[in-house]
Design a protein around this ligand. Structure first.
Ligand code: FE2
Length: 378
C-alpha cells in the first residue's frame, strides 16, 4: 500500500509545516549603553559593526547597533529616554535578550498561525520600507518579557532592515574569532514552568522534543535542574528550556531568575569549525571562561575515546568534550557577560554529535557553583 503511506506522510508534513523557519534572523538585546556594549562584542567576541539606527538616522527614542560574525547577527538597542518599554526592560532585567527573531517567508502567516494556536500577539504584522526595499515583521510573546519576532526579508537588500544605515568603512575595532552560526539558545523558566513552554513550542510553533534530560542527569551535590530541548521541522532551531529542580542549595537557574527578575534567555551557543583557534582568540581578547579542574582531563580518553584534538591544548583552554552514539562535541562556557549573573555564552564545535554535552553537566555545574559561591549566592 505505498500510495496510502505517501499520502499519510504528506498530511503529516503539511501539519508540521504551518511555521516554516529558515533559521535565526537575529537576536535583539536591550542594554543600558549600546555604544559601549558594541565595543565588547567587537573587540572581545569577534563581531563586526555592520549597521546603525539612532537620532542621526531619524530614530528619536532609541539607538541600535547591528553586529555580525558570519551568520550570527546581534542587535544592541538602548533607550534614549528614561521611560518606555526599553528603559523598563533594562531597569528590571539589566542587559538581556529581548527578541529571538526568526527568518520566515511570510511574517503575516507566521503571526496568524501562531496566534490562532494560542500565542499572545505583541505586534501585528507590519511593513517597513526604505530605498533598499521592503521587509515585513510581526511578534508574539514568549516567556518573561522575551518575544519571538518573525522577519520576512525576501524583498530587502539593505545592510539589515529598513531604517538602518550601513556603517561607513572597515570596522577597525572588530577582531573576528571564527564564530559561524547560532547552535542553540537556552531559556530559563520558573519552577514547574518547563512543560508549559514545551507545550507552547509544540502546540503554537509546531516544534517537537529533541532530547530529554531529567534532574537525575543534571545534578550535583547541591543543586539540580531539568531541561527539555525543542526543535523545529528542519532542526535548524534548537531551544532547550530549563527549570530549577530541588537541591540542597540554590541552583544556577534560581540565581538567574533572582537577578533577571523573570524567565529569560540563559545562554546562546555559537558554533565554530575550530574551537581551539576560536577560544585562543577569545581568551586573548579578554573573554572570561569558566575554569575546569585539571582532574577533568585525567580520565578524558577513558570517557570519550580517541579524539582529534590534543588533550593538553583542551586542558590549557578549559574546553570540555562529550561523546554520544553519533560522534563527539567540544564546548566551553563563558562567565556571565553582565554584572548581574544572567546571560552567558557557549562556544561549541560538533564532530558528529547532535547532543548538548550531558556528560559535562556535572563538571560544568560544579564550576558554575564555585562562581556562585564567590558571589555569595549558593
Ligand atoms: Fe548549551
Amino acid at each position: 500500500m505505498p500510495q496510502l503511506t505517501e499520502q499519510a506522510d504528506k498530511v503529516t508534513s503539511t501539519q508540521q509545516d504551518f511555521l516554516p523557519i529558515h533559521g535565526t534572523d537575529h537576536v535583539e538585546f536591550y542594554v543600558g549603553n549600546a555604544k559601549q556594549s558594541a565595543y565588547f562584542y567587537r573587540a572581545s567576541m569577534g563581531f563586526t559593526l555592520v549597521a546603525y539606527r539612532g537620532p542621526e538616522t531619524g530614530t528619536r527614542d532609541r539607538a541600535s547597533y547591528v553586529l555580525q560574525q558570519n551568520k550570527i547577527r546581534f542587535v544592541l538597542t538602548t533607550p534614549l529616554q528614561p521611560s518606555g518599554e526599553i528603559a523598563d526592560h533594562v531597569y528590571h532585567h539589566g542587559d538581556g535578550v529581548k527578541s529571538i527573531a526568526l527568518w520566515v517567508d511570510d511574517a503575516q502567516s507566521a503571526w496568524e498561525e501562531t496566534t490562532a494556536r494560542g500565542a499572545q500577539s505583541v505586534r501585528e504584522p507590519f511593513t517597513i520600507k526604505d530605498e533598499n526595499g521592503t521587509a515585513r515583521l510581526s511578534s508574539i510573546a514568549l516567556y518573561g518579557d522575551t518575544i519571538h519576532t518573525f522577519v520576512e526579508r525576501a524583498d530587502y537588500r539593505g545592510p539589515f532592515l529598513p531604517g538602518f544605515i550601513e556603517t561607513p568603512g572597515p570596522d577597525r575595532i572588530a577582531r573576528p574569532a571564527g564564530l559561524m552560526h547560532i547552535d542553540h539558545m537556552v531559556g530559563n523558566v520558573g519552577w514547574g514552568q518547563m512543560n508549559t513552554w514545551v507545550e507552547f513550542y509544540e502546540r503554537v510553533m509546531g516544534f517537537r522534543m529533541f532530547k530529554h534530560f531529567d534532574d537525575q542527569d543534571i545534578s550535583t551535590e547541591y543543586s539540580a535542574l531539568m531541561s527539555k530541548v525543542m526543535t523545529n521541522g528542519n532542526e535548524r532551531i534548537r531551544f532547550p528550556i530549563n527549570e530549577p529542580a530541588v537541591g540542597r542549595k540554590k541552583s544556577q537557574i534560581e540565581e538567574y531568575l533572582d537577578y533577571y527578575g523573570s524567565p529569560g534567555v540563559q545562554h546562546i551557543a555559537m558554533a565554530t569549525h575550530d574551537i581551539i583557534e576560536s577560544v585562543t582568540v577569545l581568551r586573548d581578547q579578554g573573554v572570561e571562561f569558566l575554569s575546569i579542574p585539571t582532574t577533568y582531563y585525567e580520565d578524558l580518553t577513558a570517557r570519550v575515546g580517541r579524539i582529534d584534538e590534543p588533550i593538553d591544548e583542551l586542558a590549557r583552554l578549559g574546553i570540555l568534550v562529550d561523546r554520544d552514539d553519533e560522534g563527539y562535541m567540544l564546548q566551553i562556557f563563558t562567565k556571565p557577560v553582565e554584572d548581574r549573573p544572567t546571560l552567558f555564552y557557549e562556544i561549541i564545535q560538533r564532530k558528529g554529535s547532535r547532543s548538548f554535552g550531558k556528560g559535562n553537566f556535572k563538571a560544568l555545574f560544579e564550576a558554575i557553583e564555585r562562581e556562585q559561591a564567590r558571589r555569595g549566592n549558593l
